[in-house]
Design a protein. Sequence first.
Lengths: 166, 651
Amino acid sequence: MNDQQTALVPAHARAGKYLTFFLAGEEYGLEILKVSEIIGMQAITRVPRTPDFVRGVINLRGKVIPITDLRVKFGMTSNDSEESCIIVVQMREVQTGIVVDRVSEVVALTEDEIANSPEFGAGVDTDLLLGIGKSGDRVKLLLDIDKVLAAREVSVLTDVLGAVAA
Amino acid sequence: MLLMQLETTDTADLTELRDALVALVFDSKIPTTAEPHVARAARLLGGILDNTAVNAAADFQRVNDAMESALAVDGVLAALTPEHHAPAAAPSPARAHDALPDDTDLELLRDFLSEAAEYIESSEVALLALEADPQDAEAVNTVFRAFHTVKSTAAFLGLTHIAEFAHEAESLLSRVRDREFSYGPGCADLSLRSVDMLKALLGSVEHAIAGDGSLVRPEGYPRLVAVLANYRPDQDAASVGAVPMVEAGPRAQRTESVADATIRVRTDRLDRLINMVGELVIAQTMIGGDDLLANGLQPDLARKVTHAGKIVRELQELSMSMRMVPLRSTFQKLARVVRDTASKVGKSVHFATDGDEVEIDRNLVDILADPLVHMVRNAVDHGIELPNDRSRSGKPSTGTVRLSAYHASGNVVVDLIDDGAGLDRARIVRKAIEKGLIESDRGMSDSDVFNLIFAPGFSTAEKVTDISGRGVGLDVVRRNLELIRGRLEISSAPGAGTTFSLRLPLTLAVTDGMLVRVGSERFVIPLTQIHMSFQPEPSMLSTVVGNGEMVRLRGSLMPVVRLHRMFNIRDAIENPLQALLVIVDDGAQRTALMVDELLGQQQVVAKPLGEALGRIPGFSGGAILGDGRVGLILDVRETTSLTAPPLKLAS
C-alpha cells in the first residue's frame, strides 16, 4: 500500500501500518505513511486570532509549523502531561504537528481487522474516520488525518467509542 | 570583401547597400580620395538592381573591385567601423559585417546568450515533436514563443540582425499557427535550418564578446532570410533544400561554454539554502551562548566554537551574495522609459545614473522594477517642464532625471532626482481637499503634504495623459515598496526639482526587527516601520468619541492600539502610563502600539507560518528567535487596520 492508493481507493486500501496514540484514555490510529516524525513537547508560540484547537507554532529545524491540539479539536479540554508529545504529520508538502497524550505503538492491520465506521446521528463526525480497527482486545479509531486537519471546527468523536463498545 | 556574402539576387540587401554607399558619398563620411570608388560601386549596383546591366555577374565583380579599392584608401575602414561613423550611416556597408552596439552591457549579453540557448534547445525539441505530429498546437506555440522571445530580447540589446532573423522565423511559425498552411517537410526543414542559423548567430555574438566586438554573419544568412520571407507551402522540399546548410558546429560549442560557466538554480532552492544558513547562524549563536562556554571553564571548546562561528558567518555572507545582482540592468531598462516618455510628451530629458554597481537581492529587483518605471515616467511627465518653460525660468532646456544608488546604514537607497518644477504644495493641498483626503493643511509639514500624492486616488496632473496621471499608480508604488519593507521619502524645492528617496533593505531574507514583549508573549516589529517609542504622560492621552483612545505627540493625534487587547493577552500591563507606546508608520498613517517592553533589536529570518495555518491577519510571518522559539512578526498595516476606522489626517 502506498500513499497514492490511499488517495484513490481509500475503501479497499485501508490495510496497512498504523501509529496508535492515546487521547483521554482512548486509542486512535493514524496511517504510518503520513507520519514524518514524533517529537517531544516543546515551547509553542501562541498565534492570536486562530481557532482554539490551534495551539500555535513551533520551530522544527528552522521551519515554522503549526500545532493542532487534538484534544481541543475533538471537544475535550487541553491537558498536557509528562508523556504528551507532538506527532508531525506530512500531508503532501505541508507539515503539521498534532499534540497527543501518549504515543502507543505501530500496528499492522489487515482489511479484515478494519470495520467501517458506523453511521450515527447528528453530532458525531464519522466521516473523519477511515474505519475502526480491532486487533487484540482494543478498539482503535482510525483517523482520516487529512480531513481532521482540514476541518475548521471542533469535531465530536468521543461518542463513537461508546457506540462501538455497546 | 564586403560583398562576398551577397548574391546578385539579394535585391533587398543590395538596395540597402547601394543606398548606404550613396549616403556615404553625400555625407562626406569618408576621405575624398575614396569617394570616386564608392560612387562607382553605387552606380554599378544601381545598374544591377534596375536590370539595366548588360552583364550582372561581371558588374558585380566590378562593384567588388571598386569597394576593394575604396577600402585600400587610408581612413576608410575607420569611417566604416561603427565606433566612428555617425548613426545615420550605421545600417551601411557594415551590414555584412556588424559589430556589437557600443553601449552593450556584456553581462546582459551573456544572460541573453544562455537564455536564448535554452529557448533554442526547447524549440528544437518542439520542432521534432511537430514533425511527428504536425497538428501539435502546443509545439507550434513553444517554437513561436522561443523565436519571439529571442527576437524581442535581441532587438532590445541592439542585435538587429538576430532580431530580424528571428522575426522571419517567427513569421513562418505564426503562419503555421494561424493554419495558413500545415507543417510539411519543406517547412520542417526550413524551421530546423532557422534554428541552426540562430545558433550560429548566437555563436557569432559569443565570438564578438571574446574578440574585438565585430559580428560576423554566418554564411547563407541573407539567403535563408529571403527563403523564409518568401516561403510558400507549395514550394517543394527540394528547393528549400538548396539553401546551404549552416555550420553551427564550433561556434555553438562556445555558446555552451558560456552557459556552463554559470548554472541556473531554481530560486526556491536558493531560498531554502539561504534560510537553512540563517538557521545555522542562529543555532551557532545558541551554542556560543551556552552556559558551558559562558563560565569560561572550557577555553578549548570555546576556541573551537568561535572558529566554527567564523566559518558559519562567512557561509552566511556567501549564501546571501548568491542572490545579489547589480542594479545596472534595472537602471538600463529605465533609460528606455525616459527616452520614450520624453519623446511622447515633447520634452528633452537627459538620463543619468550613479551607483548602478550597487547590489540588491534578486527577489527585490522584480518588485522594485515596476515602481521605478512608474516613478521615472512620473518624473518625466510631471516633474520636468516643457523646454520653453525651462528656458523661461533660466534653466537649460534639457531636463535631467538622475537615478543614484548607494548604501546607507544597512540599506540600499535609490534616489530619483529631477531638476524640474518641484512639487507645488498649494496645488497638492487644494487637490487633497477637493478629493476629501484632508480638511485643511493646518499643522502639516511639507513632507506630510508631499506624502499625499501617494494617497489612493490622488493625481495632480492638470490633464490626464496616457503615460501617467491616471490617478492610479503612485499609491501602487507605495504598496509595492511596503511589500519589500522599503520606505519612501520626498523632498522638493519649488523650481529646483524633486527627490524621491527609496530606502530598501539589502535583502528580504533578513529583516531588522524590534523584539517587543506584551505580557509573556513576544512579537517582532519591522524596524523600518518604527518611528519612535516613548512612555506617555497623562496629558498626552485622551479618548475621542468614535475613535477610541488617542495619544497626542508634538501636535499630531494618533490612535492607540492595545496589543494585549487585540491579541487577547491576559498578563500584560493595562495602564498606558506604565506601558510603552511604539509609534509605527504604515505609510498612510501613524499608530501607537502599546507594548510592555522593548527587548532589543534583532535580525530575523521571516518565514511563513506554515501553509496549513494559512494567512493570519495581523502577522506577516514568523521568525526563529535567539532561543529557538518562534516569534511572530507584526504586519503593521494589518494590525492598524484591524482596529479603528481610518482616521483623517487633519484633526
